[in-house]
Ligand binder design. Structure first.
Ligand code: A2P
Length: 324
């Protein structure tokens, strides 16, 4: 990665999370830290070395929000990159950063949550996270973190046990806020009925081809911010799709506005009051993805986006067990 031409430092706006997380400020764009091989459980040294360089360049560009997970196998690399950034003075303190990690299914059991979080913190070389998410509303037999989870190991989640342990982790100061990922409205309702600390975030697939209108409306009413993952439809991934980047309506808008389709999609997400995590290992695209704060979509643009046929692009059949 050549950073010689880099000069602009972007100032990324922030959204305030709910009062239960102390009105923590979350930068609206974060850098996704899932490397492509995660889903084959084969993250190797070249992947994590590349990620370290990318994180350092991202910090130079102005990224302050980084999104990882126990399952990604990248917590250690992210932690090393941040330690290096602090040593180099690229950021003055840990408090300048917003770090998210996630609880994987094998540890989604009351007594495993805090040990799993402590393991993530140790890999990250950190005292606390800014946000800890339940990665999926699914548990599996305790054991090594891995993907895919064998179907015979899938278990229904003990929502009360898991959420109470998540709350305890916030009360212990191991994380400043807690939230969910891949939770439907119905499952969020379940959590809300038993929560003392309501979730501050629900991170889900969201982009103009899967707009999540009802979920966004529901979360807004409950004070939960939605974070979009795979905002370009997971283009380039083994399970992903180019249906966002190749969408004709988005291409037309991008052409008319002198932006890229990626920028139109990211701008649309942010205009919904959501935050977004996007990965790029390419300096120009990392920069491009931040160029969305000095312009707006028009009513005409919205007319086009609202007509895009809707469907989920990321398969979720890994989670369907023949036993139900
Ligand atoms: P690259 O790293 O080559 O830029 P995710 O869904 O995990 O956030 O991944 C996003 C994918 O989209 C990555 O494969 C990334 O590839 C690609 N990408 C990120 N930003 C852009 C962009 N502005 N234009 C096109 N592709 C992008």
């Amino acid at each position: 990665m050549d950073s010689s031409t880099q000069s602009t430092v972007f100032n990324i706006p922030k959204l305030k999370l709910s009062s239960s997380s102390g009105h923590l400020n979350m930068p609206v764009i974060g850098l996704g830290c899932a490397v492509d091989k995660c889903l084959r459980c084969a993250v190797d040294k070249s992947d994590t070395d590349a990620l370290k360089l990318v994180v350092l360049e991202a910090i130079k560009l102005g990224y302050r929000h980084f999104d990882t997970a126990a399952m990604y196998g990248t917590e250690k690399a992210l932690g090393e990159a941040i330690a290096e950034a602090l040593r180099l003075g690229l950021v003055s303190s840990r408090e300048q950063l917003f770090i998210t990690s996630k609880l994987w299914c094998q540890n989604a059991h009351r007594d495993h949550v805090i040990p799993a979080l402590k393991k993530s913190l140790s890999a990250l070389q950190m005292e606390y996270l800014d946000l800890y998410l339940v990665h999926w509303p699914i548990s599996s037999k305790p054991g090594e973190v891995g993907f895919p989870v064998p179907k015979e190991d899938l278990l229904p989640m003990d929502y009360r046990g898991v959420w109470e342990a998540m709350e305890e982790s916030q009360m212990l100061g191991l994380t400043k806020s807690i939230g969910l990922s891949n939770f439907s409205r119905k499952k969020i309702e379940t959590i809300l009925t038993l929560a003392t600390i309501p979730p501050s975030i629900n991170q889900v697939e969201m982009h103009p081809v899967w707009q999540q209108r009802k979920l966004i409306e529901f979360c807004k009413a409950k004070g939960i911010i939605v974070t979009a993952y795979s905002p370009l439809g997971a283009v380039g991934k083994i399970y992903g799709s180019n249906q966002v980047l190749e969408n004709e309506a988005l291409k037309e808008i991008a052409k008319a506005r002198g932006k890229t389709v990626a920028q139109v999609s990211l701008r649309w997400i942010v205009e919904q009051g959501a935050t977004v995590v996007i990965k790029s290992l390419n300096l120009e695209r990392m920069k491009q993805n931040l160029g969305i704060f000095d312009w707006k979509l028009t009513d005409d643009d919205y007319d086009k986006i609202n007509q895009i046929p809707q469907h989920r692009l990321i398969p979720s059949d890994f989670w369907v067990s023949p036993q139900g």
